[in-house]
Design a protein around this ligand. Structure first.
Ligand SMILES: O=C(O)CCC(=O)C(=O)O
Length: 325
């Protein structure tokens, strides 16, 4: 269910704190026997995660020949995109490494009235098996709501806001200029970039297993993320097993609400993040990529991925989906 937050209630968020707006139902549930059977199968012969390869250089030739044309995931050389203006204009690195990066609110508050999509998650009690059973709402609100929350939130804050998949088409031109599309992408995509999105949150952030309709160049602007990737058939099998265990046949639409809460969220999370196996005892080999500020990751069309924001402080990314060959 999509929840549009009326603008009038955004003042509520401000005035009365997130609790009032996030008056979500408790997400308590018990795991069905089918889930436990599937988990047992996964846990006995689980997935194996290998470090994703890094391209030897960031030239267009290397990117196109080794990643884009063969449609294989790859990391760009470390810090390849560190000159993006958004990195130095939107974020401030705290000298105290415990605090991590924070938002440059002096700069960003000039755009406080821009309307952005926000995901609101209440982290419920952690159940015995370590899976979170929180609840989730999605809506739109002025950027100010996010800035205000981010100023006070820490990784322990129970109510989380993720500014997720915000189309830069809807952002003020000055912010869009800070994110100018890297030449590498423009040339490889022959100028055909679809809807560039930004992601801002305080770690931990989480995006469940899904696939995108287009190839994607994912660039980390601040903080750190871990991305786990599965090739098309393997990801489909994991996703289908979760759907079967739930008695559902939902499509793997990007960030469908059902995958963000309850059993589906918990099962997708368990399948991808609670599994690792020795070399000789795995059903699928996945790839794992660690990204820090300025790093870039190519995710080919059809490759499944799940993303976690890690560490402390703000995590920010931009994804540039473009036309396949
Ligand atoms: O950073 C995230 O949380 C998710 C990004 C993602 O899944 C994507 O760009 O396709």
């Amino acid at each position: 269910m999509l929840v549009a937050i009326p603008l009038s209630s955004c003042n509520n968020i401000y005035a009365h704190g997130m609790k009032k707006v996030l008056n979500l139902t408790s997400g308590n549930f018990s795991f069905p026997p089918r889930f436990l059977r599937v988990c047992r199968r996964w846990y006995s012969r689980p997935l194996r995660w290998q470090p994703l390869r890094r391209l030897c250089d960031g030239s267009e030739y290397c990117f196109v020949a080794e990643a884009f044309e063969p449609a294989l995931p790859a990391l760009l050389p470390l810090g390849h995109f560190s000159q993006l203006p958004a990195i130095r204009k939107w974020f401030l690195q705290d000298e105290n490494l415990q605090v991590g990066t924070h938002l440059n609110t002096d700069y960003l508050s000039a755009f406080k009235n821009a309307i952005v999509p926000l995901e609101l998650t209440r982290m419920a009690s952690t159940s015995d098996d370590g899976l979170n059973d929180g609840s989730f709402q999605r809506g739109e609100a002025p950027f100010d709501v996010f800035l205000d929350w981010a100023e006070n939130a820490t990784e322990e804050t129970n109510e989380r806001i993720y500014l997720a998949q915000a189309s830069i088409r809807d952002l003020p031109q000055l912010l869009r200029d800070d994110l100018h599309t890297p030449d590498l992408v423009l040339r490889a995509a022959k100028g055909e970039i679809y809807d560039t999105s930004i992601w801002l949150g305080i770690s931990p952030t989480y995006t469940p297993l899904h696939k995108d309709p287009n190839p994607n160049l994912f660039v980390q602007l601040a903080g750190s993320k871990v991305v786990r990737l599965l090739p098309p058939e393997a990801g489909q099998e994991v996703f289908a097993a979760v759907q079967a265990a739930l008695g559902r046949s939902t499509s793997a639409s990007f960030r469908g609400t059902e995958m963000m809460e309850g059993e589906e969220k918990a099962m997708l999370e368990a399948a991808i993040w609670n599994s690792s196996a020795p070399e000789h005892d795995h059903i699928f080999a996945g790839q794992e990529a660690h990204l820090s500020c300025g790093d870039g990751l190519f995710i080919p069309r059809g490759w499944w991925h799940s993303v976690r924001g890690i560490g402390t402080g703000i995590t920010g990314s931009v994804s540039e989906p473009y036309k396949s060959l």
